[in-house]
Design a protein around this ligand. Structure first.
Ligand SMILES: Cc1cc2nc3c(=O)[nH]c(=O)nc-3n(C[C@H](O)[C@H](O)[C@H](O)COP(=O)(O)O)c2cc1C
Length: 198
């Protein structure tokens, strides 16, 4: 980013999968990109359900924290320069807010700003099965410029643990922002493609 820090906004919402957010924040450390974290109230509930992490431990993984209700935070304005935003995991409720341009919380406002500034917005949407409303909202968000990235494990990378799957997903999300990460298993590199002649 010309003349300034590279910043990535990281929204965390109340879909299952807080571990994806924690891993992504860990991978951002040392990448040269400053992480700006917003955790929704519902995500604090899933954090306690799914992990042994305290609120401070999760927030401590980010460079800068913002309260979810603070719609006067810097990231609520397009004049605050970022390389984009990821919402990981992204609940169907937050997806609906993004798809309809609602900016009631800092997560959905920052996402709306990201789209209006034509910056990259990646939504790690997590729900299954999907109803027509979810699918239509994903289409609307995609039409507005967002990338829908469900956290579906890639079995070609031969994950041995859930941790391996989480790392692979978080790393592939960071690929979309051209952020260099180590520890990813890539087809044709760490994973030789069978039958390839080169
Ligand atoms: C343990 C738990 C798991 C949940 N998992 C999901 C999920 O995978 N996807 C989803 O869309 N909502 C899920 N929810 C519901 C959301 O937390 C709820 O819709 C909430 O209002 C989302 O708010 P937020 O988007 O502001 O974080 C879950 C709730 C709980 C308590």
């Amino acid at each position: 980013m010309a003349g300034g820090k590279k910043r990535l906004v990281v929204g965390v919402t109340g879909a299952t999968g807080i571990a994806y957010a924690a891993r992504l924040l860990e991978m951002l450390k040392g990448s040269g990109v400053e992480s700006h974290l917003v955790v929704s109230r519902a995500a604090d509930i899933t954090r306690t359900q799914e992990t042994g992490m305290s609120a401070d431990e999760l927030r401590g993984l980010a460079d800068v924290n913002h309260a979810p209700g603070n719609i006067a935070a810097p990231l609520a304005s397009g004049s605050f320069r970022t390389i984009g935003m990821v919402i990981i995991p992204c609940s169907m409720k937050t997806l609906a807010e993004v798809a309809t341009g609602m900016g009631e919380s800092l997560v959905s406002r920052a996402a709306d700003v990201t789209l209006k500034e034509r910056r990259r917005l990646v939504l790690v949407t997590r729900e299954t099965p999907l109803n027509l409303i979810h699918l239509r909202n994903m289409t609307a968000a995609t039409e507005a410029g967002a990338i829908i990235f469900p956290p579906v494990p890639a079995l070609y990378s031969a994950p041995k643990t859930i941790d391996d799957m989480i790392t692979q997903t978080a790393g592939r999300v960071l690929d979309l922002f051209d952020i260099e990460v180590s520890g990813l298993r890539r087809w044709g590199e760490e994973i030789p493609a069978p039958g390839r002649q080169d």
